[in-house]
Ligand binder design. Sequence first.
Ligand code: PHE
Length: 501
Amino acid sequence: IESQILRHLSSSADASLNTYAFSQSLPAEYGVSHAAVLGCAKSLAADSYVITKSNKISYFQLTLEGTNIAKDGSQEAKCWKAIKAAGEAGLDKKGLEAAVGSAVAKVGMGNCMKAKWITKNGDSLVSAVESVTDAVQEQLNLVLAAEEDTNGSVLPAKDFTLLKKRKLVKAVDRTSYDITRGPSYALERKKKAADLTKEMLDSGAWETTEFKPYNFATVGEKVGGGYLHPLLKVRAEFRKILMQMGFEEMPTNKWVESSFWNFDTLFQPQSHPARDAHDTFFIKDPAQTVSVPEEYYKRVVKMHEEGGSGSIGYRYNFKEGDARKNLLRTHTTAVSSQMLYKLANQPGGFTPQRYFSIDRVFRNESMDATHLCEFHQVEGLVADYDLSLGDLIGTIETFFKKIGITQLRFKPAFNPYTEPSMEIFGYHPDLKKWTEIGNSGMFRPEMLAPMGLPPNVRVIAWGLSLERPTMIKYRIKNIRDLFGHKVELARTKTAPVCRFD
Ligand code: PHE
């Protein structure tokens, strides 16, 4: 088809004389479809071999009934002929139906009356004229003869309206294309190269090779690059929410902590079961931390052994060796503690602050569908003068509302470092039940006083896992499908973005 088009356009020296309205004749001439010719012309046009110009044509086409009438005459003409042939006696309705068929009689009789070709004589219909011209048949034959060039101009518009009403013609739109030579016209198309190859560079052929233009609109191939893990997507959302609430992120990039920061500064006694090797991963090498803030350390020891700030302490012998033991932090509260210590001792003294962190913690637990040895904690705290439990509840409610959990309940609980402490329960509308979603409380004076915070500074804090809301959001049942070596990579690749509205 391509060479047929190109050859056709070569027959005149004057390119402008070579317009070829191919859509009418070319497909028929070569026995190919209009679509095939059009596709070929478009492809040639893309390389500037030809220019295509579209022309929209509107014309009328006879319907099947219209075609029959063009050949055999209209219903009214058939009726008149039958009645005329019956002479002076004429035909009654039944007789007419018998002669021309009931369908023809039904349309034709009324039209004959309207045209005054027949009159009524009692029950009989008789001819009123010597001869008739079948205008409808003539009009249809004109339309037929004009073919697609009619443009509706062979008949007055009102005639077309009537023919359309009788469903004898229908309006048709058709687009045809004129093809003329383009700026790169040649008898034969040279295939343009799509890629620059090593061979072209070696031989120098690249200098004379014609290249296809870049198609910047094409959809690129999928890049198998990196994808964010669902936990990271949820983390990004939580981080945004907490920042909007005025919280500043704590540096949590250090996974190894001393027992001092992880437990002792939080007024957690050294005999506490959480400090057992069954619950905590201790570090073998280096087993001990090299430094703790000396003065602060002494105050922490005193608080454990003797108490202070109205507390009687735990009254046991504090062991420095236990405090210096290195471990994988069991909660990010170890970082909160360091931040509060810094806040109390910063130049100029304490200033109110809101802190948050979302990072990894480690627990020496047996693994099952809901527990792993490592998970992520979302932690938040507000340090300010004279805060109350109402501030804690309000802050927690605001945060959870922003992640779509609006129904909350608080249950009294125990943490060594908070008093009062509250477990947070949220109503899960999908699961239709209350589930534990976090832990919270007000840090004890035994924890805050040794840091050097002013006595009327209160710190409200809460913590939750990042895994649980992520599993709910992404409808993951088993935590091992979310985190760890059994995770399907395809799931990470296709995980949708996370949004809490
Ligand atoms: N550290 C607690 C935990 O690991 C969470 C928490 C943080 C509780 C702050 C109270 C206050 O579960």
